[in-house]
Design a protein. Structure first.
Length: 302
């Protein structure tokens, strides 16, 4: 990478550190969402640079659908253990078992949308005032509308027309009783920035981000992994191909992309050449409608 890319990454990192420290200073009970995915891995490195050698001033939390890729869950648990930090696992399965949400059925069933209730319940249970997450503005349209400090009402809902100005990187963290804040320290990063930073910092990532052979089936132009959570439709036939994942989440709605990129340098080159957003190419739930993500965010989704 040349001097321009390094300078750009340095500015982005510095801004993210400032945002994270601002959250620690303004809120008594923040939490950092960590899924084991690439964006939250970058957030962990930002937290290390912001607060080490001390402990993080917040626990980590993962909203676990129970249908996540095993490689990612193994990485999540190992990385948290290495850091010596506290991990809270908010379980969608427990939400189903307790009757808080109803599980979908059929070949197109997904637990992804059920995460909203589990997230809001966990925030209420632990009285979290601010939740730091790895959402980025380049992912899709509704996230491009959102501020770095995104305020939610006492029901966890988001109003895209009622947001606070953030002039000169000044953030107003004042909230009323019951309100919450979602904070996005890497909101201004692009997917390419994320991968260049991972390469620059030589961060470990789950193996499914690199090209590997996997049994798949194709549906609606997307490649899904065969698994116990995937029910095939008539005419869908499993096959094996070389793929990798640009984003990780619920196996039922997260697609792979054909790829031979097996190193960080090759992944960076591949991302630099693509013109399709990661969610637009690999997340089935975001294809439901142009307003699918925005509708879920208004209900409390991250």
């Amino acid at each position: 990478m040349g001097d321009y890319e390094l300078s750009n990454l340095g500015v982005l990192e510095s801004d993210a550190i400032q945002i994270m420290r601002e959250v620690a200073a303004e809120f008594e009970r923040p939490v950092l969402l960590f899924s084991g995915g690439k964006d939250s891995i970058v957030l962990l490195r930002i937290a290390e640079k912001a607060f080490r050698p001390g402990r993080f001033p917040f626990p980590l939390m993962h909203v676990d659908t129970g249908h996540n890729f095993p490689e990612v869950i193994e990485f999540r648990d190992r990385r948290v253990a290495e850091l010596g930090e506290k991990l809270i696992v908010a379980s969608v399965q427990e939400s189903i078992d307790s009757g808080r949400v109803a599980e979908q059925s059929g070949p197109r069933a997904s637990r992804n949308q059920l995460q909203t209730t589990t997230l809001l319940d966990a925030i209420a249970e632990h009285s979290f005032e601010a939740a730091l997450g790895g959402a980025r503005r380049d992912e899709e349209r509704s996230r491009a509308k959102e501020r770095i400090f995104s305020f939610r009402n006492d029901s966890g809902g988001w109003d895209p027309k009622n947001q606070r100005p953030e002039l000169w990187n000044l953030y107003n963290g004042r909230i009323n009783q019951g309100e919450q804040v979602r904070v996005f320290p890497i909101s201004n990063w692009t997917e390419l920035d994320i991968w260049q930073y991972i390469a620059e910092e030589q961060l470990e990532i789950p193996s499914i981000y690199f090209a590997h052979e996997r049994e798949l089936f194709e549906r609606d132009g997307m490649l899904y992994a065969t698994s116990e959570v995937s029910e095939l439709l008539p005419g869908e036939t499993p096959f094996t191909d070389s793929v990798r994942y640009r984003t990780v989440g619920d196996m039922s709605c997260t697609g792979a992309v054909r790829s031979s990129a097996s190193t960080l340098e090759q992944v960076v080159k591949e991302i630099a050449a693509t013109r399709i957003t990661e969610r637009g190419e690999t997340r089935a739930d975001d294809r439901a409608s142009e307003a699918a993500m925005e509708d879920r965010k208004k209900e409390g989704y991250f």
